[in-house]
Design a protein around this ligand. Structure first.
Ligand SMILES: [Zn+2]
Length: 405
């Protein structure tokens, strides 16, 4: 029975499901919306690996409510260093307020599509990768294959840095990493960096008839926001530019704001959030340094002149580096060869690939499904995309198989 036949006319009959589809179904059935613990899913995978004789290393987030899982299938000679990482995040975005036609946590196959929260982003990929473990174990692997499953990617790549730091500490340095975010199985060689911050401006409240005695937090916040907007305009006008991106320059904006409590009171506090998305060739630290130095060296001294008991605090919400894979990297060449795709594609959305790359592990993004179908009501992945991913990973295993002596 071909997987496509299952997709087209047999629906969710688990008795005939190909194993990669049943793995995806198991994962989608566990609600791992980022705000909830992902331990149920991580323990399910850990226990399954254990039954196959593979020990997984868990690294934990706050209060041990969330965990990353890293596991290695060694090469035939027992080597666990080098090799390829298959990376995916286990959390999914919320379904609140979305009109779903079926229960988002009850996966269902209809007309060749697997529906469910995370089907596309990115439990379809993780399930497909896990379904190949028996094949990986029976192959005579010349290099190890690693699984790197993270928590809380959707809320700003919270989990992956903890897992990567642990790898570095344990001296594990894989040769390359494939991040299976939805790309319709086309290699993505670059994405922008994400840099999101929260700023809190603390002024001093007084009656609005006495403005010279207060410090207006909204006005100072507004000046900082205008400064950020000027940076955005500068990049739009002067570049640098990379026309392979939809928006070919670095962008910046303030996106949320809250401040003041009454029309007749000088506002004591204003909080806002801002983000900038840098081209991978633009250093995000330089941009942040300009923003924080304007706050510290221009605005704050003025505020202190009015009242010393005032402040501007800026803290990061999510910082994930951009990705720029080199064509010469072995992982880029391997993924290009396995997909027979040499197009140079760059995308606006961020992934964990930039984090692996920054840690010295050459990375590329390639996974089943279309990002268009992610995060929405009735999220789905085409079953044939999962089949394609299965073929791609099978070929990858084959490419890592050492000839028998
Ligand atoms: Zn994702």
């Amino acid at each position: 029975m071909s997987p496509n036949a299952v997709a087209s006319d047999i629906g969710t009959d688990v008795s005939v499901e190909p194993v990669h589809l049943s793995w995806a179904n198991r994962l989608i059935s566990i609600d791992t919306v980022s705000r909830h613990s992902n331990l149920g899913l991580i323990e399910l995978i850990r226990d399954d690996l254990k039954r196959s004789g593979i020990d997984a290393t868990l690294t934990f987030g706050k209060d041990r409510k969330w965990a990353n899982l890293f596991a290695t299938i060694p090469a035939h000679d027992g080597e666990i260093n080098g090799g390829i990482v298959l990376s995916g995040h286990t959390d999914v975005v919320p379904v609140d307020g979305q009109a779903w036609d079926s229960d988002p946590f009850k996966p269902a196959v209809r007309e060749g599509r697997l529906y469910g929260r995370g089907a596309c982003d990115m439990k379809g990929f993780i399930g497909t990768a896990l379904s190949l473990i028996p094949e990986m174990q029976s192959a005579r692997l010349s290099k190890p294959i690693h699984f790197a499953l993270s928590f809380d990617e959707e809320v700003g790549c919270v989990g992956a840095p903890i897992m990567i730091a642990d790898l570095m500490k344990r001296g594990i340095s894989p040769d390359g990493c494939i991040v299976g975010e939805p790309t319709s199985m086309r290699p993505i060689v670059a994405h922008k960096g994400i840099n999101a911050y929260k700023c809190c401006v603390r002024g001093r409240a007084v009656h609005s008839s006495l403005t010279p005695n207060g410090v207006n937090a909204i006005e100072y916040a507004a000046r900082l926001i205008c400064f950020i907007s000027d940076i955005a305009r500068e990049h739009r006008k002067n570049g640098p530019f990379d026309n392979l991106f939809d928006v070919p320059f670095t962008t910046a904006q303030a996106s949320l704001i809250q401040g003041g409590n009454a029309i007749n009171t000088v506002p004591a506090e204003c909080q806002f959030q801002f983000e900038f998305r840098n081209l991978p060739t633009v250093n995000p630290e330089d941009i942040f340094a300009r923003i924080s130095s304007y706050a510290r060296d221009v605005l704050l001294p003025e505020m202190h002149l009015e009242n010393p008991d005032t402040a501007i605090e800026i803290r990061p919400l999510a910082v994930a580096p951009g990705l720029e894979a080199t064509e010469q990297a072995a992982i880029t060449q391997l993924v290009r060869a396995l997909t027979s795709n040499r197009e140079k594609r760059k995308v606006a959305y961020g992934t964990e690939a930039g984090l692996f790359q920054k840690a010295g592990i050459p990375s590329i993004v390639c996974g089943p499904g279309d990002i268009e179908q992610a995060h929405k009501a009735n999220e789905y992945v085409e079953v044939r995309q999962l089949d394609e991913c299965h073929n791609f990973l099978s070929k990858m295993v084959l490419s890592l198989t050492a000839p028998a002596i």
